[in-house]
Design a protein around this ligand. Structure first.
Ligand SMILES: Cc1cc2nc3c(=O)[nH]c(=O)nc-3n(C[C@H](O)[C@H](O)[C@H](O)COP(=O)(O)OP(=O)(O)OC[C@H]3O[C@@H](n4cnc5c(N)ncnc54)[C@H](O)[C@@H]3O)c2cc1C
Length: 467
């Protein structure tokens, strides 16, 4: 905590950088929640709301001069505590940098400020018969800057890749206020180091992302959504291969729910109705996107018929309207229901599909040995090898959370998996980073951090600590 004189000096310098109205402190901060699901008020020395890259640069210069740590805020939907701040931090919120500067149907790209909400960009693209394919449950609040900084994944990675694959160029401001404009607009540009990659997935530790150029795709003319029940994990894997092969590149989502997830999201007080019996061990939500509604529908039905004939699926529904399609996705997105099984921890891990079942069995065996009453709710972006767990150990007390984390993370070493598939490391997973990254890799990350932010001011303590 700074002295009163230091606080007054800092606030005056920030006000000079962005205008008095855009520096919130004291009582004005108490109105703002600390996070997407948080009821606590935000704690910080001040929250600043720049409207331009120049203002971001001016703010960072003020903070750099005073060695003042800065935490960057997008939509606060991040799931690894990356945006958590304390009363000693300055918060830099991108909420006013919310302009779509250009959306070009010929070049199929958008130039946006970092505070643009994901759904806002999706809708703007749609209005021009284009698609911004990144899609995730937090779409109504998450920002493009946050998506880039976390390298967000979501529901369509199987077809369009992670956020990294959608970024052509970006602009970032370094800790000392230097603006690095790397707003490339071309698909091909091999002119030395690809600097944008430094900031994608860096969780705000190397610079503040202020603007970006992102790739758009042609809007699909048809979209088919189906939901199937399956008897075994072996059949889930075969069904994925069959659909991918038969849909000729149109497969755009392959989400899987274990029975316990499906039952939770289709049993009251959850509001979703069960479209299929709740008695199968696995369910898959599958989507394809194509350019010819009739041919696409026929191809999907033929693929489904093949899957039945091969005995891979037990039952299926195909959405016949937008309302039915939304209802199927609403089940998948209703992750809040998991809290009903008791207090617990959420996980986002990656493992090769061929080893996934063994890994899940290893985790459950470790949980069972330590927590006889545990529940592990399982679902995920299975087509990407990405599993989500919600583990309620059935016990509370000292050391319980850590024991659950170790039960989930430690077996990953045997299966060459990753402790974070898409949510990042932030503060929550930092202690386990060495399970997924070698000592040399972590040292190189520290070298990069030291080079770009030598005073450790930008999102300090996230991902790694200084060497
Ligand atoms: C219901 C729900 C579903 C979700 N589903 C998915 C999913 O399927 N896949 C997935 O990957 N994630 C998912 N998430 C997580 C979250 O939406 C993503 O991590 C998202 O990319 C975060 O964006 P944000 O703007 O909310 O960032 P914030 O939460 O504000 O910030 C996240 C991190 O990025 C940093 N940051 C934010 N903006 C910038 C910037 N402009 N420059 C530098 N650093 C910045 C922050 O300091 C923090 O470290 C989900 C979240 C919710 C609530």
């Amino acid at each position: 905590m700074g002295s009163v004189a230091e606080d007054t000096d800092l606030i005056a310098a920030l006000q000079a950088a962005v205008g008095a109205d855009q520096v919130l402190h004291g009582e004005r901060l108490a109105e703002r929640p600390a996070g997407f699901w948080s009821r606590h008020a935000l704690q910080a020395r001040a929250l600043v709301r720049p409207a331009t890259t120049e203002e971001v640069s001016a703010i960072l210069k003020v903070c750099h001069q005073r060695r003042q740590p800065v935490i960057t805020h997008g939509g606060l939907t991040g799931l690894v505590g990356g945006a958590i701040c304390s009363a000693d931090d300055v918060v830099l919120s991108l909420e006013r940098m919310n302009q779509i500067e250009e959306l070009d149907p010929v070049d199929r790209l958008a130039r946006v400020q970092a505070g643009v909400i994901l759904q806002q960009l999706q809708e703007a693209a749609d209005a021009q018969d284009l698609l911004f394919p990144l899609d995730l449950g937090g779409r109504g609040s998450a920002t493009i800057g946050g998506n880039i900084s976390t390298n967000a994944g979501g529901n369509r990675v199987i077809r369009y890749g992670m956020t990294r694959d959608l970024v052509l160029g970006l602009e970032a401001v370094l800790a000392d206020g230097t603006v690095v404009s790397s707003m490339n607009q071309m698909i091909k540009n091999n002119t030395g180091y690809d600097l944008k990659q430094l900031f994608i997935g860096a969780e705000g530790t190397l610079g503040v992302v202020t603007r970006a150029v992102v790739k758009l795709s042609e809007k699909p003319r048809s979209q088919q959504t189906l939901f199937v029940a399956l008897n075994s994990f072996a059949e889930v894997k075969q069904f994925l291969k069959l659909m991918d092969a038969r849909l000729g590149g149109a497969l755009s989502a392959f989400e899987v729910m274990w029975q316990n997830f499906y039952r939770l999201v289709t049993t009251e007080p959850a509001t979703n109705q069960a479209p299929l019996s709740q008695n199968y061990p696995f369910y898959a939500l599958v989507e394809s996107m194509g350019g010819d509604p009739e041919a696409d529908q026929a191809r999907l039905e033929a693929a489904l018929a093949d899957a039945y004939e091969a005995g891979l699926i037990q039952d299926a529904v195909v959405a016949q309207s937008e309302a039915q399609r939304s209802a199927l996705w609403a089940m998948r997105d209703d992750v809040r229901q998991m809290g009903r099984v008791g207090p617990g921890s959420s996980f986002d891990v990656s493992v090769r599909l061929s080893r996934m079942e063994d890994y899940v069995n290893a985790v459950n065996a470790r949980l069972a040995a330590r927590f006889p009453d545990f529940t592990n709710i399982i679902f995920g972006h299975l087509g990407d090898g990405n599993l989500h767990f919600y583990v309620a150990p059935g016990q509370t007390g000292d050391g319980i959370k850590e024991a659950v984390e170790r039960a989930v993370y430690e077996p990953l070493a045997d299966y060459d998996g990753s402790i974070s598939a898409e949510h990042g490391i932030g503060l929550s997973k930092k202690a386990y980073l060495s399970l997924s990254r070698s000592a040399d890799e972590i040292r190189l990350m520290q070298t990069l951090k030291q080079a770009l932010d030598p005073h450790n001011l930008l999102n300090p303590g996230r991902i790694i600590d200084p060497a």
